[in-house]
Design a protein around this ligand. Structure first.
Ligand code: DAH
Length: 357
C-alpha cells in the first residue's frame, strides 16, 4: 500500500500556520502569499497529487485537503487584517511625528482668546451702573432722518445751533434729509414716541451707541465714537434729580474721590442746560495740563427737557417733566484708564489692547 499523499498534512498545516504567524509585516506576509495559499503552496502540490489516488479514496482526501486549506486561508486572512491595521497605525503615527513640533507647541501654548475691546467693556460697565440705579437700556438706529437727529430736538433747519454738530449726510432721498446720527439724543425721541403710542410713560432709560461726526481725529476726538444718553420722563422731576443722578453715577463709575459739577451751558433740547464735569482723573483735582490747571474735565451735557421737545413727541408738559444727559463712552474710557491719545482706541495695536484684557 502506497502511503497517502496526505500523511503529513497536519505537519504541513502547522508549518503554514507558523509561517503566517511569523510574518511580522504586511509586505512580508504578502511576499509569502504564493507559498502559503497560492499556486506554489504545498497545499496546491498536494491537490495535484490527489489525482494519483484511487477514485474511492480521492473524494475523502479531497475533503480533508479542502478543510486544511480553509484553516490556512482563514489564518492568512486574519493575519493580513491585523498587519494592515498595524501598518495604518504606523502611517498615522509617522504623520503625527511629521507635524510633531506644531502639535506639541499648540498643546503647550493655548490659542490666544480675544476679549471685549475697551470701549465695549466700558459701555457694559456704564450700562451696569445705570441698571443698578433703576434705568433700562435701549437701542436706536445709527442712520437717522433729519427730523430725529435735529428737528424734533428743537434744532430747526438752518438754525445756527446745527453748527454744534459737523454732520455726515447719507446720499439717500432729498439732499441732507438722512444723516449718520451725530449724537444719541435722537434715541430719546424714539423712546418718547413709543411710550406715548403704547401708553407706557414714565421712562427711565439709558441709550448707548455709536455716533458720527465730521471731525478730524485728534487726542480727544474720533469721527466714529460712542455716547450714552440718559432720559427720565416722570412726574415732578426737578433739576435736583438730574444733579443727584449725575453725582451718583460719577461716584459709582469713577470712584468715591471723583465728584461731579454742573456748569451753565446751552443745548437746544434742554432748558436749563448744563455741561457736566468731573474731577480730573489725572491729577485728582490738583490741576494739571490735561485739565488746563482747573482740576475739572468736561464729560457731557445735560438739562431739563425743553417743552418744545415734549411737544414734538406729544407729551403733555403740564403733567410730565424730565431730564436728559449725554456723554462720550470713549471719553469715559480715556479718563478712567488715563489714555493720553484717544486714537489708540482705533489703532488696533495689540500691545495697547492687551492691557485691558
Ligand atoms: N447730545 C449732546 C451732544 O452730543 C449731549 C447732550 C447734551 C445730551 C444735553 C443730552 C443733553 O441729553 O440733555 O453734544
Amino acid at each position: 500500500m502506497t502511503s497517502s499523499p496526505l500523511a503529513e498534512l497536519s505537519t504541513h498545516v502547522q508549518d503554514l500556520l507558523a509561517r503566517v504567524r511569523g510574518a511580522l509585516t504586511l509586505s512580508d506576509l504578502l511576499a509569502d502569499e504564493p507559498f502559503i495559499v497560492g499556486k506554489r503552496s504545498i497545499l496546491s502540490s498536494l491537490q495535484k497529487s490527489l489525482g494519483a489516488l484511487a477514485p474511492e479514496d480521492r473524494k475523502e482526501a479531497g475533503a480533508t485537503l479542502q478543510e486544511a486549506r480553509r484553516v490556512v486561508e482563514e489564518a492568512f486572512v486574519e493575519r493580513r487584517r491585523v498587519l494592515e491595521a498595524l501598518r495604518r497605525a504606523q502611517e498615522l503615527e509617522a504623520d503625527r511625528l511629521d507635524l510633531g513640533d506644531v502639535v506639541v507647541s499648540q498643546v503647550r501654548t493655548p490659542l490666544a482668546v480675544g476679549h471685549p475691546g475697551i470701549v465695549a467693556a466700558t459701555q457694559r460697565e456704564l450700562e451696569d451702573v445705570f441698571v443698578a440705579m433703576g434705568f433700562t437700556v435701549s437701542d436706536g438706529p445709527e442712520v437717522e432722518s433729519d427730523w430725529y437727529n435735529f428737528e424734533a430736538l428743537n434744532i430747526p433747519p438752518a438754525h445756527p445751533a446745527r453748527g454744534m454738530w459737523d454732520t455726515f449726510y447719507v446720499d439717500l432721498g432729498e439732499p441732507e434729509t438722512v444723516v449718520l446720527r451725530t449724537h444719541t439724543s435722537p434715541t430719546q425721541i424714539h423712546l418718547m414716541e413709543e411710550a406715548v403710542a403704547a401708553g407706557t410713560l414714565p421712562i427711565h432709560s439709558v441709550m448707548p451707541g455709536r455716533c458720527y461726526r465730521r471731525d478730524t481725529p485728534d487726542a480727544r476726538h474720533l469721527a466714529a465714537f460712542h455716547q450714552i444718553e440718559g432720559l427720565v420722563v416722570d412726574r415732578d422731576i426737578t433739576f435736583a434729580d438730574l444733579a443727584g443722578v449725575i453725582e451718583t453715577f460719577t461716584h459709582a463709575y469713577f470712584g468715591a474721590d471723583i465728584s461731579s459739577r454742573l456748569r451753565p451751558a446751552f443745548f437746544p433740547f434742554t432748558e436749563p442746560s448744563a455741561e457736566f464735569e468731573i474731577t480730573c482723573t489725572i491729577c485728582r483735582g490738583d490741576g494739571c495740563r490735561t485739565c488746563s490747571q482747573t482740576g475739572w474735565i468736561e464729560l457731557g451735557g445735560c438739562g431739563m427737557l425743553d417743552p418744545a421737545v415734549l411737544e414734538a413727541v406729544g407729551i403733555d408738559g403740564e403733567q410730565w417733566s424730565g431730564f436728559a444727559f449725554g456723554f462720550g463712552i470713549d471719553r469715559c474710557a480715556q479718563m478712567r484708564h488715563q489714555i493720553a491719545d484717544m486714537r489708540a482706541l482705533i489703532d488696533n495695536d495689540v500691545r495697547f489692547l492687551r492691557q485691558f484684557s
